[in-house]
Ligand binder design. Structure first.
Ligand code: S3P
Length: 437
């Protein structure tokens, strides 16, 4: 599939945000391990979370559809079935890495695999903490998937992660939860803390000391907990960015998860002079939620520091798009982790900016983007990376002439409604987005 996009004169409308991908994965995985039954509402409709849902079902959790984006899950109370088939994680790193943590405590052998992009992503970072707890992990050459795990008989351990990664942290916590004894975990900077919050609301006891060490005693079993999944700020970011960039625009996104470990984008946009207002703050299972309103703004360049990257790691492509339109240059520092996402996103961001006629350069793990770009229409291939496809679509709405974003099937991994929402919110004499196969 490809999108053909004409410039939008304005971008206006309202979206009830679809469920957050990170939270949906966790709602399925944690409730599958738990004792009891839970209702998961506003689950992400993307392919990534469907992979997780199918895997927990194969493992013995009872999963039934209960309406649009709503699932009833009866957990396995800590014991999963042996499964001979290979689990297909598709494009989803979160599925592979968190499921591995879930399986570490099971006295069976399992194999997880994925598509070409996932087969290129590093898994040593999960092998090390799970082996410390006593599981055995086999990987293909270079520490990549397929991922084989032989679990059971876990013992507590102390692990200091070299990367700030919520996937590493969550895999470790899922193992430690079922291990015998007191385990601890620390990371170099705080990554998204959804696992800590949701497990906490499911009755799991976990503490964090002043030096940043998380402490968890095992074995513990979470109690099933229903959740209305807050909206996905990472998907919302694309619509909010279109609102900021296109003159006369006004975009409302309702029910967005605004956990502070995910809202780096809001802080950075504020520093750029962008107007995103936050309304009606509330909470769902310990997760902050709010409504967001973005309005057209004149932006200035910004400097991103390495320590703020974990809180906006998935928003770098759309922040790069915003920076291209700022009045001054921007520098994003500390982007090494971007090379290990669904594509090498540091290279992909530069390729996208260049395609639209923006000057940028990469030095080490710093991306510099010259502002004031007069965007030209272009053809851009996101090479299987959903966030690159969506960031490029937003730039195309601001470019002169018609652009083509190729191979956009990947968008369905996280945000299947994206093309129809863009079409609905783009004010233009002609339809802004044409989707063709
Ligand atoms: C995720 C964590 C992040 C993020 C990914 C989802 C999660 O990855 O990029 O899209 O749900 O835990 P890392 O934790 O590896 O940085």
């Amino acid at each position: 599939m490809e999108y053909r996009i004409k410039p939008a004169r304005k971008f206006r409308g309202r979206w009830e945000a679809g469920g957050d991908k990170s939270l949906t994965h966790r709602a399925f995985l944690f409730n599958a391990m738990a004792e009891g039954e839970a209702l998961i509402s506003n689950a992400s409709g993307g392919d990534d979370c469907a992979r997780t849902r199918i895997i927990v079902e194969m493992l013995g959790a009872e999963v039934t559809a209960n309406g649009r984006h709503q699932w009833r899950v009866r957990g396995c109370a800590g014991s999963f079935k042996a499964v001979d088939e290979v689990f297909d994680c598709g494009n989803s790193g979160t599925t592979m890495r968190l499921t591995a943590g879930l399986l570490a405590s099971q006295a069976h052998s399992y194999e997880l695999d994925g598509d070409e992009s996932l087969r290129g992503r590093p898994m040593e970072r999960i092998k090390a903490p799970l082996e410390l707890l006593g599981a055995k992990v086999e990987l293909a050459d270079g520490g990549k998937p397929p991922f084989k795990i032989h679990g059971g008989g876990l013992k507590a351990g102390k692990y200091e992660s070299p990367v700030a990664s919520a996937q590493v942290k969550s895999a470790f916590l899922l193992g430690a939860l079922r291990a015998q004894g007191d385990s601890s975990f620390r990371e170099p900077a705080l990554s998204r803390d959804h696992s800590e919050r949701i497990l906490g609301s499911m009755g799991v006891k976990m503490t964090q000391d002043l030096d940043g060490w998380l402490h968890i005693s095992g074995p513990q079993l979470p109690m099933a907990k229903s959740i209305i999944v807050p909206g996905d700020i990472s998907s919302s970011a694309f619509l909010l960015a279109a609102g900021l960039l296109i003159e006369g625009s006004n975009v409302v996104v309702k029910n967005v998860g605004v956990n502070p470990t995910r809202t780096g984008l809001l802080k950075v946009v504020e520093r750029m002079g962008g107007k995103i207002a936050v309304y009606h703050p509330r909470e769902e299972l310990g997760e902050p939620v709010a409504d967001l309103l973005a309005q057209f703004s004149v932006l200035k360049g910004v400097e991103l520091l390495p320590e703020e990257i974990p809180s906006l790691i998935d928003e770098i492509p759309i922040l790069a798009a915003l920076a291209s339109q700022a009045e001054t240059a921007s520098e994003f520092h500390g982007l090494a982790e971007l090379r290990h996402k669904e594509s090498d996103r540091l290279e992909a961001c530069q390729r996208m900016l260049e395609a639209f006629g923006t000057e940028s350069s990469v030095l080490g793990d710093t991306l510099r983007i010259e502002g004031r770009a007069r965007l030209r229409s272009c053809e851009f291939d996101p090479i299987g990376d959903h966030r690159m496809a969506m960031a490029a679509t937003i730039l195309a709405l601001c470019a002169k002439g018609e652009s083509r974003i190729l191979n956009t099937d990947c968008v369905a991994t996280s945000f299947p409604e994206f093309p129809s929402i863009i079409r609905r919110m783009s004010v233009n004499a002609l339809e802004s987005v044409e989707v063709s196969s």
